[in-house]
Ligand binder design. Structure first.
Ligand code: SDX
Length: 435
């Protein structure tokens, strides 16, 4: 194998080094392309473009492999807590007991919101989308001038990471309580991360909520499975914002907004809408799958397909089993799970999906688990954001710690009007294309 690539432009050969990653992935380093050839690359949606060399998460889309800092997702889903997984992603190692206890104490200390922050929730309309509140309130944290905003050393970063992971959960629960007209519930010192979230979501002054082990285990697994996924749309957004030198809270708030899109984190809500539509319309799963194959139908099989996975998304496999397990344990039946199974079976038997290597992704079964826990549909993408927060922090840190990091500033190929004369106002004709 050669360690360079040759590009010939106008008969002139140019060589560029090949970079090989720790798992054997190869990339052409084109950092001198424009200066040596005058041309740039063009790659719509960045499907062929590596934005960075990263040591956080590895995905092999053909083999359906996902590892956080080398640790297989299957092991973490089975054995790890969400906070331990967060520390693995952020600092690169599974924490020892002393590190674990210190971070747990920080999370507990950082869990409450500033008293004045709580007033913001009264200003949002009761039907405000929780993702709008989530990104606004994460950004608002820095208005209260937490000393952790200005990260100058490791201890400050550790406290900032704890503040963000703790407060993103408190904000989500507070937004829910505000939405349903119930008093906000303070976090408790004696509960772990997941139990505390469920306590803040579902306790009321006259009746505390105690999470059952099954429910806490299912939500912990959900968060572990969502914790990172290398250079996905929202994480790339966080890295882009981090590259300008913006602080951690601003960057993560931008990540929340990118995650909201229905093609990304918003898909977990869209899957449930799709399954309910099939249930309520009496459409058969097969006919819905058939409609999703027709580009002109405007219908997509939500929760199916992935830019990287051309095999099963390993998270979908784990979530499918976990959904089944949880429903059996909480003795709940959910017709949407049966419909989801029928949709999956119909799609996986259909050449359209098989040829395009479209398989269930992380969003296809995750909503069944959230429904069984009692999380309302409009909070599903917020749950994804809570899960993804450690990954966003890890990637912000990777950009922030890289002394050679440059601000992200892609080039383009201009296809607009060439030189155009200024036309005095009286001489202008309405040439704007009718939309
Ligand atoms: C997440 O990147 C990440 O890692 C994201 C994520 C993470 O953890 O961060 O994994 C989380 O965002 C998962 C994806 C959630 N989104 C959905 O479930 C929405 C439904 N899926 C699609 O919209 C789509 O599959 C994407 C957005 C996920 C991927 O889009 P691509 O890679 O741009 O694929 P494409 O649109 O170019 O599709 C290729 C072909 C097209 O058909 P042809 O033009 O070849 O005829 O596959 C078809 C598409 O029409 N296709 C689908 C389809 N997904 C792709 N057809 C029907 N239903 C679908 N879901």
């Amino acid at each position: 194998m050669t360690d360079y690539a040759t590009i010939t432009i106008d008969g002139v050969e140019h060589q560029f080094p090949l970079v090989t990653g720790s798992e054997g992935e190869r990339a052409i380093d084109i950092s001198t392309l424009r200066s040596t050839t005058g041309v740039v690359t063009l790659d719509d949606g960045y499907a062929n473009t590596g934005a960075a060399q990263s040591a956080i998460t590895f995905i092999d889309g053909d083999k359906g492999i996902l590892r956080y800092r080398g640790v297989p997702i299957e092991d973490l889903a089975k054995h790890s807590s969400f906070i331990e997984t967060a520390e693995l992603l952020i600092w690169g190692e599974l924490p020892d007991p002393a590190q674990r206890d210190r971070f747990r104490q920080m999370l507990s200390d950082q869990a409450p919101l500033h008293r004045d922050m709580r007033k913001h929730f009264d200003g949002f309309p009761s039907d405000a989308h929780p993702m709008a509140i989530q990104s606004a309130m994460i950004n608002a944290i820095q208005a209260y001038d937490l000393p952790e905003i200005h990260i100058s050393d490791d201890p400050t970063f550790e406290r900032a990471a704890a503040a963000l992971i703790a407060k993103t959960r408190t904000i989500a629960a507070a937004a829910y309580k505000s939405h349903i007209g119930q008093p906000m519930v303070y976090p408790r010192h004696d509960l772990n991360y997941v139990e505390n979230f469920l306590h803040m979501m579902f306790s009321v002054p006259y009746r505390p909520y105690e999470a059952t082990p099954e429910v806490a285990h299912a939500l912990n697994m959900f968060l572990v499975l969502h914790a990172d996924h290398e250079q996905n749309c929202s994480t790339s957004t966080v890295r882009m914002v981090a590259s300008s030198g913006a602080n951690l809270f601003t960057a993560v708030s931008a990540g929340v907004n990118a995650l909201w899109g229905p093609l990304h984190g918003g898909a977990n809500m869209a899957v449930i809408d799709m399954l309910e539509d099939i249930r309520d319309s009496g459409t058969s799963p097969q006919s819905y799958v058939d409609k999703a194959k027709d580009r002109n139908s405007g219908v997509r099989l939500m929760g199916f397909g992935h830019r990287v996975y051309r095999n099963f998304d390993p998270r979908a496999k784990i979530l499918k089993e976990a959904a089944d397990d949880l429903l059996n344990k909480v003795k709940v039946t959910d017709p949407l799970l049966d419909i989801a199974r029928e949709v999956e079976a119909a799609a996986l038997a259909d050449d359209y999906f098989v040829e395009r290597k479209l398989y269930p992704n992380v969003d296809f079964y995750s909503g069944i688990i959230l429904r069984a826990i009692g999380i309302p549909l409009d909070m599903f993408t917020v749950m994804f954001a809570i899960g993804r927060t450690p990954g966003w922090i890890a990637h912000w840190k990777e950009v922030h710690d890289n002394a050679a990091q440059r601000i992200h500033r892609p080039r383009q190929v201009y296809v607009g009007p060439t030189l155009t004369e200024w036309v005095p106002r009286p001489d202008r004709k309405d040439k704007r294309k009718k939309r």
